[in-house]
Design a binder for this molecule. Sequence first.
Ligand code: S3P
Length: 174
Amino acid sequence: MKKFKKPLLLIGFMGAGKSTVGQALAEKYKGKFIDLDRLISDSEGRSIPEIFEQDGEFGFRIHEYNYLQQALEDYDIIATGGGIIAFDKTFEYLKTVTARIIWLDAPFSKLYERIKNDSNRPNAQKGDESAVKNLYLSRLSRYNEIAFIKITTKDTLTQTLSEIENVLFANDQH
Ligand code: S3P
């Protein structure tokens, strides 16, 4: 059963810690958590790299759009994929949803350290570091446009959680 008044949607680039933070919040506040990539890959019975390979990135974005709607209905806390804002239809949809959108971010060098060897992330393996950095830079304005707050994950999980809690309690919305 869902518990929060409004779902919490975690957005941000690969390696920002959306799943880790989402899971920690869910444990602490007994909310229902889902990682959108996990929902897609479990429902489709294929890994994310397999979906990219077989359906193309565009195909993956369509799945992302469809499963996002399901996730918003069924879960309290949703960790999205870093490219959720890349597809115009999903980006426009995100502007209309009744959710609290939190942008998790860290300096690019830190994000890159966390993702550079991850073969499960096709867009982190598409080019060299500068190509991935360009992808990161190209997405910032969209994260910024739909999030109500940006929280850094450059420090410890405890620090990140307490910053998020300040925001949630300040707004009495959890
Ligand atoms: C992607 C990010 C991934 C996943 C897919 C595409 C991207 O999610 O959705 O590999 O384009 O940034 P994470 O942000 O959880 O790594």
